[in-house]
Design a protein around this ligand. Structure first.
Ligand SMILES: Cc1cc2nc3c(=O)[nH]c(=O)nc-3n(C[C@H](O)[C@H](O)[C@H](O)COP(=O)(O)OP(=O)(O)OC[C@H]3O[C@@H](n4cnc5c(N)ncnc54)[C@H](O)[C@@H]3O)c2cc1C
Ligand SMILES: NC(=O)c1ccc[n+]([C@@H]2O[C@H](COP(=O)([O-])OP(=O)(O)OC[C@H]3O[C@@H](n4cnc5c(N)ncnc54)[C@H](O)[C@@H]3O)[C@@H](O)[C@H]2O)c1
Length: 450
């Protein structure tokens, strides 16, 4: 028999934005039903198979001593990571399911019409308002042999598998590819990154991307740029072309890290009249309303930047529509920082030097290698002096336009710079602030003294 639940708000997908919105709406007395397709995904990608396990692997890979067996250390690390993710998963589930106003259903959701959602075969949810928060999925490029090879893995396989690949090929030198390349190299794998573009980290300035590539190469990651992967032969041999010559590498695992696409395939959006863009994302306005105004889309599925904190900010916008003044929008976002967790991390915000030049605005650049920053003994204390810090500054106003920090603690430093940009704190003010000692922030005293 069909079981029908009535709700004020239905949330499809237990991602960051969906869970924050569900909790707040539940606290406000709304009857909320949240639907998640997998019982191993409560909390979404980030705590289960994304940010949290990968950053825990960064941590554990860095603690391996030269005499530790790579395989044993890896297995130990995966065990630790699985404990961590299961704690977070249970915490996420309980936080919502224990609320009187919220029901969590486990099953795949699809639209029946614009107010009705089917969950599996037996349950229907009828809701006034619907939030779609189904995230994204890896794109496996159409390379002959890749999809069928048992050696092809995704981020999900890599954070669950207990066998350290002796040899790993990573197709794609973006955020995901470089993080996994760095992690697995530090665990002891032989890693080759095959990037189609002339260089990795194509969105960053040349000097920053080159410095990052230099650190990875120094750690033993082989980076092949301008590589065209032709096929996967006999399941384990990656055939690629560079400069007109064919090369092969035989590997234990192949990670496709060539981007992630919004997860809409199972939703039957056509039944609800929700429009999707040419690139497969759910179309939204700046208030995250879809083509059906009572249906919102949050997080990766709406085609915005694919970061957990953007999904979180999406929930603020939707909550402002449903419970607040309805003013907040995606247009409010200024200086959104990001961090690539290689070792040391690369964190960036605002304009690159290339973008400032393209805009034709007067700017100056302040940059220094971390090893030369006298005001930052912390780099020497923690024995991580690799990298560089770079600021792009408006030559007329002294405002900071952007920064690229490839440095120990960069994932923390960048938030201070982002705040400075948002609040129009000048480079001089940032330079002349008083910082704790010994800290990494002290570097600003030095690098900004142009
Ligand atoms: C390996 C990796 C590392 C990353 N590292 C970082 C990082 O360090 N920092 C950072 O900010 N970002 C990172 N990201 C990106 C970040 O994880 C995503 O941007 C973020 O998790 C997106 O969240 P979301 O709210 O859009 O949805 P998600 O967290 O993806 O959740 C969507 C949920 O919807 C469920 N679902 C899908 N379809 C249906 C359906 N039809 N019915 C029911 N449920 C459904 C899914 O099972 C999933 O649980 C990383 C991503 C990956 C893959
Ligand atoms: N630390 C973080 O915040 C973090 C970590 C991992 C992932 N993410 C998110 O996940 C998203 C997806 O990551 P991603 O690295 O998969 O995508 P990406 O778009 O960041 O990078 C993809 C890379 O693959 C290359 N590429 C594409 N097709 C190729 C091919 N056929 N052969 C070789 N190279 C090819 C591209 O030139 C690009 O460099 C990121 O954009 C990011 O938003 C964030």
């Amino acid at each position: 028999m069909m079981n029908t639940l009535q709700a004020d708000v239905a949330v499809i997908g237990f991602g960051k934005g969906g869970k924050i919105a569900a909790a707040a709406l539940g606290r406000a007395g709304r009857r909320v039903v949240l639907i998640e397709r997998s019982d191993s995904m409560y909390g979404g990608t980030c705590p289960n198979v994304g940010c949290v396990p990968t950053k825990a692997l960064v941590h554990h890979s860095g603690r391996r001593r030269p005499d530790d067996s790579p395989q044993e250390w890896f297995e130990h690390a995966i065990g630790e990571v699985q404990q961590l993710t299961s704690t977070f998963r249970a915490g996420n589930y309980d936080a919502l399911n224990n609320a009187d106003t919220i029901t969590v259903l486990t099953g795949t959701a699809s639209f029946v019409d614009d107010h009705t959602i089917a969950v599996g075969n037996d349950v229907r949810v009828v809701a006034d308002t619907i939030l779609i928060n189904t995230g994204s999925e890896p794109v496996i490029p159409d390379i002959p042999g890749l999809r069928d090879s048992p050696r092809t893995v995704t981020n999900v396989d890599l954070v669950h598998g207990t066998q350290l690949p002796g040899r790993l090929a990573v197709i794609g030198g973006g955020y995901l590819g470089i993080e996994f390349a760095s992690i697995y190299r530090r665990f002891g794998s032989q890693v080759t990154v095959l990037e189609a573009s002339p260089r990795i980290l194509g969105q960053e300035d040349d000097d920053i991307a080159e410095a990052a590539a230099g650190i990875l190469a120094g750690d033993g990651v082989e980076i092949v740029t301008g590589a065209k992967v032709l096929e996967i032969r006999n399941e384990d041999t990656v055939v690629y072309e560079k400069n007109g010559r064919e090369h092969t590498i035989t590997v234990d695992a192949i990670l496709a890290a060539t981007g992630r696409t919004p997860a809409t395939a199972e939703l039957r959006l056509d039944n609800a009249g929700v429009r999707v863009s040419e690139r497969g994302a759910i179309e939204v306005d700046e208030y995250l309303r879809t083509s059906r105004p009572h249906i919102f889309a949050l997080g990766d599925v709406n085609g915005g930047p694919q970061f957990t904190y953007i999904s979180l900010d999406d929930s603020r916008i939707v909550l402002d529509q449903l419970l607040g003044a309805g003013k907040r929008s995606t247009a409010d976002r200024v200086a959104v920082p990001k961090t690539l967790f290689m070792s040391p991390p690369l964190a960036t915000v605002g304009l690159t030097e290339a973008a400032a030049r393209a805009e034709g605005r007067p700017f100056k650049v302040a940059k220094q290698n971390v090893a030369d920053i006298i005001a930052m003994p912390r780099a020497y204390i923690v024995e991580e002096t690799r990298g560089m810090m770079k600021f792009v500054i408006d030559a007329d106003t002294d405002e900071i336009l952007g920064a690229g920090l490839l440095s120990v603690d960069a994932q923390e430093l960048i938030n201070t710079v982002a705040l400075a940009i948002r609040h129009r704190i000048t480079a001089t003010e940032l330079r002349e602030s008083i910082y704790t000692h010994p800290s990494s922030t002290e570097a600003f005293n030095d690098v900004l003294a142009m």
